[in-house]
Design a binder for this molecule. Structure first.
Ligand code: NDP
Length: 306
Protein backbone atom coordinates (compact mmCIF):
# COMPACT_ATOMS: atom_id res chain seq x y z
CA UNK A 1 0.00 0.00 0.00
CA UNK A 2 1.24 3.48 -0.84
CA UNK A 3 2.13 5.60 2.19
CA UNK A 4 2.25 9.40 2.09
CA UNK A 5 3.16 12.02 4.65
CA UNK A 6 0.54 14.58 3.67
CA UNK A 7 -2.56 13.77 1.65
CA UNK A 8 -4.67 16.65 0.38
CA UNK A 9 -8.16 16.03 -0.91
CA UNK A 10 -9.70 18.61 -3.21
CA UNK A 11 -8.56 20.53 -6.25
CA UNK A 12 -9.80 24.05 -5.53
CA UNK A 13 -8.06 27.15 -4.18
CA UNK A 14 -7.83 25.63 -0.67
CA UNK A 15 -6.32 22.33 -1.83
CA UNK A 16 -3.86 23.82 -4.31
CA UNK A 17 -2.70 26.47 -1.84
CA UNK A 18 -2.21 23.78 0.80
CA UNK A 19 -0.16 21.84 -1.78
CA UNK A 20 1.99 24.90 -2.55
CA UNK A 21 2.83 25.46 1.11
CA UNK A 22 3.22 21.76 1.92
CA UNK A 23 5.65 21.31 -1.00
CA UNK A 24 7.78 24.19 0.19
CA UNK A 25 7.71 22.71 3.70
CA UNK A 26 9.06 19.44 2.23
CA UNK A 27 6.25 17.26 3.54
CA UNK A 28 5.78 15.82 0.04
CA UNK A 29 2.05 16.36 -0.49
CA UNK A 30 -0.04 14.16 -2.71
CA UNK A 31 -3.24 15.88 -3.85
CA UNK A 32 -6.30 14.19 -5.34
CA UNK A 33 -8.36 16.67 -7.30
CA UNK A 34 -11.77 15.02 -6.92
CA UNK A 35 -14.71 14.93 -9.28
CA UNK A 36 -14.60 18.62 -10.16
CA UNK A 37 -10.99 19.84 -10.54
CA UNK A 38 -10.94 23.57 -10.01
CA UNK A 39 -13.91 23.47 -7.66
CA UNK A 40 -16.62 26.11 -7.63
CA UNK A 41 -14.37 28.63 -9.39
CA UNK A 42 -14.95 26.73 -12.62
CA UNK A 43 -18.62 27.73 -12.47
CA UNK A 44 -17.86 31.44 -12.63
CA UNK A 45 -16.21 33.57 -15.29
CA UNK A 46 -14.06 36.56 -14.42
CA UNK A 47 -12.84 37.20 -10.88
CA UNK A 48 -12.34 40.86 -10.11
CA UNK A 49 -11.74 40.68 -6.38
CA UNK A 50 -8.74 38.35 -6.15
CA UNK A 51 -5.86 40.61 -5.10
CA UNK A 52 -3.00 41.01 -7.53
CA UNK A 53 -5.07 41.15 -10.72
CA UNK A 54 -5.87 44.80 -11.41
CA UNK A 55 -7.76 43.89 -14.59
CA UNK A 56 -9.50 40.82 -13.17
CA UNK A 57 -8.61 37.25 -13.97
CA UNK A 58 -10.38 34.39 -15.70
CA UNK A 59 -11.49 32.03 -12.90
CA UNK A 60 -10.40 28.88 -14.75
CA UNK A 61 -7.02 30.41 -15.55
CA UNK A 62 -6.55 31.39 -11.91
CA UNK A 63 -7.22 27.93 -10.55
CA UNK A 64 -5.19 26.29 -13.31
CA UNK A 65 -2.25 28.55 -12.42
CA UNK A 66 -2.59 27.57 -8.75
CA UNK A 67 -2.37 23.92 -9.85
CA UNK A 68 0.69 24.60 -12.04
CA UNK A 69 2.38 26.41 -9.17
CA UNK A 70 1.77 23.47 -6.83
CA UNK A 71 3.17 21.03 -9.40
CA UNK A 72 6.21 23.20 -10.11
CA UNK A 73 7.02 23.27 -6.40
CA UNK A 74 6.89 19.48 -6.23
CA UNK A 75 3.32 18.53 -5.28
CA UNK A 76 2.13 15.23 -6.70
CA UNK A 77 -1.23 16.29 -8.15
CA UNK A 78 -3.38 13.39 -9.31
CA UNK A 79 -6.84 12.94 -10.74
CA UNK A 80 -9.15 10.78 -8.72
CA UNK A 81 -11.68 11.11 -5.95
CA UNK A 82 -11.69 9.71 -2.45
CA UNK A 83 -14.50 7.17 -2.17
CA UNK A 84 -13.93 5.84 1.36
CA UNK A 85 -12.09 6.98 4.47
CA UNK A 86 -11.09 5.39 7.76
CA UNK A 87 -9.81 8.03 10.13
CA UNK A 88 -10.17 5.88 13.26
CA UNK A 89 -6.39 5.68 13.75
CA UNK A 90 -3.14 6.83 12.21
CA UNK A 91 -2.04 6.33 9.56
CA UNK A 92 -5.38 7.25 8.04
CA UNK A 93 -6.63 4.92 5.31
CA UNK A 94 -8.30 6.28 2.21
CA UNK A 95 -9.63 4.66 -0.93
CA UNK A 96 -9.35 6.40 -4.27
CA UNK A 97 -11.91 5.75 -7.01
CA UNK A 98 -13.14 2.64 -5.23
CA UNK A 99 -9.91 0.69 -5.77
CA UNK A 100 -6.59 2.25 -4.82
CA UNK A 101 -5.79 2.29 -1.10
CA UNK A 102 -3.49 4.85 0.39
CA UNK A 103 -2.19 5.53 3.91
CA UNK A 104 -1.60 9.08 5.11
CA UNK A 105 0.24 10.35 8.18
CA UNK A 106 -1.65 13.63 7.90
CA UNK A 107 -4.73 14.62 5.94
CA UNK A 108 -6.01 17.95 4.66
CA UNK A 109 -9.69 17.90 3.69
CA UNK A 110 -10.42 20.61 1.12
CA UNK A 111 -13.39 19.07 -0.64
CA UNK A 112 -15.42 22.28 -0.80
CA UNK A 113 -19.15 22.84 -0.93
CA UNK A 114 -21.68 23.01 -3.68
CA UNK A 115 -24.30 25.69 -4.03
CA UNK A 116 -27.86 24.42 -4.11
CA UNK A 117 -29.80 25.08 -7.30
CA UNK A 118 -33.53 24.78 -7.91
CA UNK A 119 -33.05 22.03 -10.46
CA UNK A 120 -34.75 23.73 -13.41
CA UNK A 121 -33.35 22.94 -16.88
CA UNK A 122 -33.53 26.65 -17.81
CA UNK A 123 -31.48 27.50 -14.71
CA UNK A 124 -28.71 25.13 -15.84
CA UNK A 125 -28.89 26.46 -19.40
CA UNK A 126 -28.11 30.02 -18.24
CA UNK A 127 -25.49 29.16 -15.60
CA UNK A 128 -22.70 31.67 -16.14
CA UNK A 129 -24.97 33.63 -18.51
CA UNK A 130 -26.94 35.45 -15.85
CA UNK A 131 -27.54 32.61 -13.38
CA UNK A 132 -25.11 32.68 -10.45
CA UNK A 133 -24.90 31.38 -6.91
CA UNK A 134 -22.48 34.07 -5.75
CA UNK A 135 -23.45 37.73 -5.65
CA UNK A 136 -20.06 38.79 -4.28
CA UNK A 137 -18.39 37.12 -7.28
CA UNK A 138 -20.72 38.19 -10.06
CA UNK A 139 -22.83 41.10 -8.79
CA UNK A 140 -20.48 43.68 -10.25
CA UNK A 141 -21.49 42.65 -13.78
CA UNK A 142 -25.08 43.76 -13.09
CA UNK A 143 -24.41 47.35 -12.12
CA UNK A 144 -27.49 49.55 -12.68
CA UNK A 145 -29.45 46.51 -13.90
CA UNK A 146 -32.38 44.59 -12.40
CA UNK A 147 -31.73 41.26 -10.71
CA UNK A 148 -33.47 38.68 -8.53
CA UNK A 149 -32.25 36.69 -5.53
CA UNK A 150 -33.97 33.42 -4.62
CA UNK A 151 -34.16 32.53 -0.93
CA UNK A 152 -35.13 34.06 2.39
CA UNK A 153 -32.21 33.13 4.65
CA UNK A 154 -29.28 35.21 5.89
CA UNK A 155 -27.31 34.59 2.70
CA UNK A 156 -30.20 35.74 0.50
CA UNK A 157 -30.66 38.90 2.60
CA UNK A 158 -26.94 39.61 2.64
CA UNK A 159 -26.65 39.10 -1.12
CA UNK A 160 -29.77 41.17 -1.81
CA UNK A 161 -28.45 44.11 0.22
CA UNK A 162 -25.04 43.79 -1.43
CA UNK A 163 -26.65 43.76 -4.88
CA UNK A 164 -28.93 46.68 -3.93
CA UNK A 165 -25.79 48.80 -3.66
CA UNK A 166 -24.89 48.01 -7.26
CA UNK A 167 -28.12 47.31 -9.08
CA UNK A 168 -31.13 49.42 -9.97
CA UNK A 169 -33.62 46.98 -8.50
CA UNK A 170 -33.39 43.71 -6.61
CA UNK A 171 -36.30 41.30 -6.32
CA UNK A 172 -36.19 38.70 -3.57
CA UNK A 173 -38.13 35.59 -4.53
CA UNK A 174 -39.32 34.04 -1.26
CA UNK A 175 -41.35 30.86 -1.21
CA UNK A 176 -43.15 31.53 2.09
CA UNK A 177 -44.66 34.64 3.67
CA UNK A 178 -41.76 34.99 6.13
CA UNK A 179 -38.00 35.29 5.91
CA UNK A 180 -35.87 32.70 7.64
CA UNK A 181 -33.09 35.25 8.13
CA UNK A 182 -32.16 36.85 11.46
CA UNK A 183 -34.24 39.85 12.49
CA UNK A 184 -31.33 42.24 11.96
CA UNK A 185 -30.88 41.05 8.37
CA UNK A 186 -34.63 41.22 7.72
CA UNK A 187 -34.67 44.81 8.94
CA UNK A 188 -31.79 45.72 6.67
CA UNK A 189 -33.60 44.28 3.68
CA UNK A 190 -36.87 45.99 4.54
CA UNK A 191 -35.08 49.33 4.98
CA UNK A 192 -33.47 49.11 1.52
CA UNK A 193 -35.74 50.95 -0.90
CA UNK A 194 -34.66 49.19 -4.10
CA UNK A 195 -35.34 45.68 -2.76
CA UNK A 196 -38.80 44.30 -3.45
CA UNK A 197 -39.79 41.05 -1.77
CA UNK A 198 -42.03 38.79 -3.84
CA UNK A 199 -43.68 36.68 -1.12
CA UNK A 200 -45.13 33.20 -1.63
CA UNK A 201 -43.45 32.83 -5.00
CA UNK A 202 -41.65 29.94 -6.64
CA UNK A 203 -39.64 30.11 -9.84
CA UNK A 204 -41.11 28.12 -12.69
CA UNK A 205 -38.59 29.09 -15.36
CA UNK A 206 -35.58 31.30 -15.95
CA UNK A 207 -36.23 33.19 -19.18
CA UNK A 208 -33.53 34.19 -21.64
CA UNK A 209 -32.16 34.34 -25.13
CA UNK A 210 -28.75 34.17 -26.80
CA UNK A 211 -27.61 37.20 -24.76
CA UNK A 212 -28.37 35.44 -21.45
CA UNK A 213 -31.04 35.87 -18.78
CA UNK A 214 -33.87 38.29 -19.59
CA UNK A 215 -36.43 37.39 -16.94
CA UNK A 216 -38.04 34.82 -14.67
CA UNK A 217 -41.49 33.23 -14.68
CA UNK A 218 -42.87 32.98 -11.16
CA UNK A 219 -45.83 31.22 -9.64
CA UNK A 220 -47.64 32.47 -6.55
CA UNK A 221 -49.04 30.08 -3.97
CA UNK A 222 -52.54 30.76 -5.33
CA UNK A 223 -51.46 29.37 -8.72
CA UNK A 224 -51.23 32.70 -10.57
CA UNK A 225 -48.23 33.06 -12.88
CA UNK A 226 -46.35 36.24 -13.80
CA UNK A 227 -43.03 37.29 -15.33
CA UNK A 228 -40.39 39.72 -14.08
CA UNK A 229 -37.75 41.32 -16.31
CA UNK A 230 -34.24 40.79 -14.93
CA UNK A 231 -30.66 40.43 -16.19
CA UNK A 232 -29.29 38.38 -13.30
CA UNK A 233 -30.78 35.48 -11.34
CA UNK A 234 -28.96 34.72 -8.07
CA UNK A 235 -29.49 31.55 -6.05
CA UNK A 236 -29.12 31.83 -2.28
CA UNK A 237 -30.94 28.73 -1.10
CA UNK A 238 -28.04 27.21 0.80
CA UNK A 239 -24.85 25.29 0.23
CA UNK A 240 -23.98 21.69 0.77
CA UNK A 241 -20.53 20.92 2.27
CA UNK A 242 -18.83 17.85 0.81
CA UNK A 243 -18.07 16.28 4.15
CA UNK A 244 -20.13 13.05 4.11
CA UNK A 245 -17.17 10.68 3.85
CA UNK A 246 -15.45 12.24 6.84
CA UNK A 247 -18.46 13.03 9.04
CA UNK A 248 -18.32 9.66 10.87
CA UNK A 249 -14.89 10.67 12.19
CA UNK A 250 -14.52 14.44 12.37
CA UNK A 251 -16.90 16.76 14.18
CA UNK A 252 -19.30 18.63 11.91
CA UNK A 253 -21.96 21.24 12.68
CA UNK A 254 -25.67 20.66 12.12
CA UNK A 255 -25.36 21.72 8.46
CA UNK A 256 -22.44 19.32 7.86
CA UNK A 257 -19.58 21.85 7.87
CA UNK A 258 -16.40 20.46 9.44
CA UNK A 259 -15.67 22.18 12.73
CA UNK A 260 -12.14 23.54 13.10
CA UNK A 261 -10.46 24.64 16.28
CA UNK A 262 -10.37 28.41 16.67
CA UNK A 263 -8.18 30.12 14.12
CA UNK A 264 -6.43 26.88 13.19
CA UNK A 265 -7.43 24.23 10.66
CA UNK A 266 -7.34 21.41 13.23
CA UNK A 267 -10.39 19.14 13.24
CA UNK A 268 -11.52 16.93 16.12
CA UNK A 269 -9.14 14.20 14.85
CA UNK A 270 -5.45 14.83 15.50
CA UNK A 271 -3.56 14.95 12.20
CA UNK A 272 -6.66 15.77 10.15
CA UNK A 273 -7.03 19.37 8.99
CA UNK A 274 -9.79 21.08 7.03
CA UNK A 275 -9.57 24.04 4.66
CA UNK A 276 -11.83 25.97 2.32
CA UNK A 277 -15.59 25.87 1.96
CA UNK A 278 -16.03 22.44 3.58
CA UNK A 279 -15.35 24.21 6.90
CA UNK A 280 -16.60 27.71 6.05
CA UNK A 281 -20.33 28.44 5.89
CA UNK A 282 -19.71 32.16 6.07
CA UNK A 283 -17.12 33.72 3.73
CA UNK A 284 -16.85 31.19 0.87
CA UNK A 285 -14.44 33.26 -1.22
CA UNK A 286 -11.51 32.02 -3.33
CA UNK A 287 -9.17 34.22 -1.31
CA UNK A 288 -10.42 32.97 2.07
CA UNK A 289 -10.29 29.36 0.85
CA UNK A 290 -6.71 29.87 -0.34
CA UNK A 291 -5.76 31.44 2.99
CA UNK A 292 -7.23 28.54 4.93
CA UNK A 293 -5.32 26.10 2.67
CA UNK A 294 -2.13 27.89 3.71
CA UNK A 295 -3.09 27.51 7.37
CA UNK A 296 -3.82 23.79 6.92
CA UNK A 297 -0.43 23.12 5.32
CA UNK A 298 1.38 25.00 8.08
CA UNK A 299 -0.63 23.08 10.70
CA UNK A 300 0.13 19.74 8.98
CA UNK A 301 3.83 20.62 8.79
CA UNK A 302 3.92 21.43 12.51
CA UNK A 303 2.03 18.23 13.34
CA UNK A 304 4.39 16.03 11.27
CA UNK A 305 7.51 17.62 12.73
CA UNK A 306 6.36 17.25 16.34
P1 NDP B 1 -30.64 28.82 4.95
O1 NDP B 1 -30.83 27.35 4.94
O2 NDP B 1 -30.65 29.53 6.25
O3 NDP B 1 -31.79 29.50 4.08
C1 NDP B 1 -32.13 29.00 2.83
C2 NDP B 1 -33.27 29.83 2.26
O4 NDP B 1 -33.56 29.34 0.96
C3 NDP B 1 -34.55 29.72 3.08
O5 NDP B 1 -35.25 30.95 3.04
C4 NDP B 1 -35.34 28.65 2.32
O6 NDP B 1 -36.73 28.80 2.40
C5 NDP B 1 -34.92 28.94 0.90
N1 NDP B 1 -35.03 27.79 0.05
C6 NDP B 1 -34.49 26.56 0.23
N2 NDP B 1 -34.78 25.73 -0.80
C7 NDP B 1 -35.56 26.47 -1.63
C8 NDP B 1 -36.20 26.18 -2.87
N3 NDP B 1 -36.10 25.00 -3.44
N4 NDP B 1 -36.91 27.16 -3.46
C9 NDP B 1 -37.01 28.39 -2.91
N5 NDP B 1 -36.43 28.72 -1.74
C10 NDP B 1 -35.70 27.76 -1.11
O7 NDP B 1 -29.28 29.08 4.12
P2 NDP B 1 -28.30 30.35 4.13
O8 NDP B 1 -27.29 30.06 3.08
O9 NDP B 1 -29.06 31.60 4.04
O10 NDP B 1 -27.60 30.29 5.54
C11 NDP B 1 -26.86 29.14 5.96
C12 NDP B 1 -26.35 29.38 7.38
O11 NDP B 1 -25.36 30.40 7.39
C13 NDP B 1 -27.47 29.87 8.32
O12 NDP B 1 -27.28 29.33 9.59
C14 NDP B 1 -27.28 31.36 8.34
O13 NDP B 1 -27.80 31.96 9.51
C15 NDP B 1 -25.76 31.47 8.22
N6 NDP B 1 -25.35 32.75 7.64
C16 NDP B 1 -25.04 33.76 8.47
C17 NDP B 1 -24.68 34.99 7.97
C18 NDP B 1 -24.33 36.06 8.90
O14 NDP B 1 -24.42 35.86 10.09
N7 NDP B 1 -23.95 37.23 8.41
C19 NDP B 1 -24.60 35.25 6.53
C20 NDP B 1 -24.99 34.13 5.73
C21 NDP B 1 -25.35 32.92 6.29
P3 NDP B 1 -37.55 28.36 3.73
O15 NDP B 1 -37.25 29.40 4.75
O16 NDP B 1 -38.96 28.37 3.25
O17 NDP B 1 -37.04 26.99 4.09
Amino acid sequence: MEKVRCLIIGGGPAGYTAAIYASRAAIFPVLYEGMEPGGQLTTTTVIENFPGYPDGVDANALVSDMRKQAVRLGADVRSGAVTAADLSKRPFKLTIDGEKEIEAESLIIATGATARYLGLPSEQKFRGLGVSACATCDGFFYRRKDVAVVGGGDTACEEATYLAGLCRKVYMIVRRDVLRASVAMQERVKATPNIEILWNCNTREVLGDSSGVTGARLERKDGSVFDIAIDGFFLAIGHHPQSELFAPWVKTDEAGYIVTDGKTSATSVEGVFAAGDVQDPRYRQAITAAASGCRAALDAEKFLKQ
